[in-house]
Design a protein around this ligand. Structure first.
Ligand code: GLN
Length: 286
């Protein structure tokens, strides 16, 4: 996992080098993203309403994700998307007797892609929020998480909202970490004021920027934070304070109760520490 993440980070470095000219953290879509979007659009053209029956009939179930969120999803050495979520999604596909197709896209676009039928469900370390519940339906929760703060090693910054106020905070765009850094009190309880929020397409890229000294801190989910810190060989430190209490769930289009219930049936088989086992496995911790 460390080696894979290092490769991923190397990729992000190339990307960031390409973007240096822009100066701004809010990155334009890369060619790769465009390709992904095109692939997602083709899928949409083929896709009908993702009822359980329709999925069985087409023999394929499509998962939407952002494969830069280890250990929940990341690109494996063979270029396929690996992680806790693909493993759970594979179990769903196997139980349904269909093929699993994974569509990798920007996290920020997943909810709207799901709504427009570009995939059958989303599995993306996605936090259940009231805001998102207005757009999609969530399955049962399968992971507990928190937003955490990562700083460069040796930084004296603390994870208090008052300390983070006014700082340069790198985040993954459209995530609960973005909302927290942006001082969204209603959705996250954050009291951060006037931070300069640097929004990247992936947490991995945000980690790169922090390691390069382009930000004071990152706010990101706990396990990805640990994975990013581990990949940077002592350059970064994870602060020991949980900013939020969050739960992850898969998302389906509103009203797709059969599909949601079916997924819940599979998630129920992963209770009692089985998801933790997957997390450990994909973190590369022995
Ligand atoms: N859990 C966070 C959220 O839902 C981040 C998810 C992600 O970046 N894949 O916003």
């Amino acid at each position: 996992m460390k080696k894979r993440l290092a490769l991923l980070l190397a990729g992000a470095m190339v990307l960031s080098a390409a973007l240096t000219g822009c100066g701004a953290a809010k990155t334009d879509d890369t060619q790769k993203t465009d390709d992904k979007t095109a692939a997602a659009t083709d899928t949409a053209a083929a896709g009908a309403t993702p009822t359980l029956d329709a999925i069985k009939q087409k023999g394929e179930i499509i998962m939407l994700t952002n494969a830069q969120f280890p250990p929940f999803e990341y690109l494996g050495d063979d270029g396929t998307v690996k992680g806790v979520d693909p493993d759970l999604a594979q179990a769903v596909a196997d139980k349904l007797g269909v093929k699993l197709k994974v569509v990798d896209m920007d996290f920020n676009g997943i909810v709207s892609a799901l709504k427009s039928g570009k995939g059958d469900f989303a599995a993306a370390g996605m936090t259940v929020t009231e805001e998102r519940k207005k757009e999609v339906d969530f399955t049962d929760e399968y992971v507990t998480s928190s937003q955490m703060v990562v700083v460069p090693a040796g930084s004296t910054l603390t994870a208090e909202d008052a300390a983070l106020s006014g700082k340069n905070i790198a985040v993954q765009e459209g995530t609960t970490g973005d909302w927290y850094a942006s001082g969204d009190t209603e959705n996250t309880g954050s009291t951060i004021k006037d931070a300069n929020v640097l929004r990247y397409k992936s947490g991995v890229e945000a980690g790169m920027m922090l390691a390069q000294g382009k930000a004071d801190a990152i706010i990101i989910d706990q396990k990805p934070a640990e994975a990013i810190v581990a990949s940077q060989n002592g350059k970064l430190t994870l602060l020991d304070k949980k900013l939020t209490d969050e739960k992850y769930a898969f998302a389906v289009q509103k009203g797709q109760d059969d599909l949601r219930d079916f997924i819940n049936g599979v998630l129920a088989e992963y209770k009692d520490g089985k998801v933790d086992e997957l997390i450990t496995q994909h973190m590369g911790i022995k």
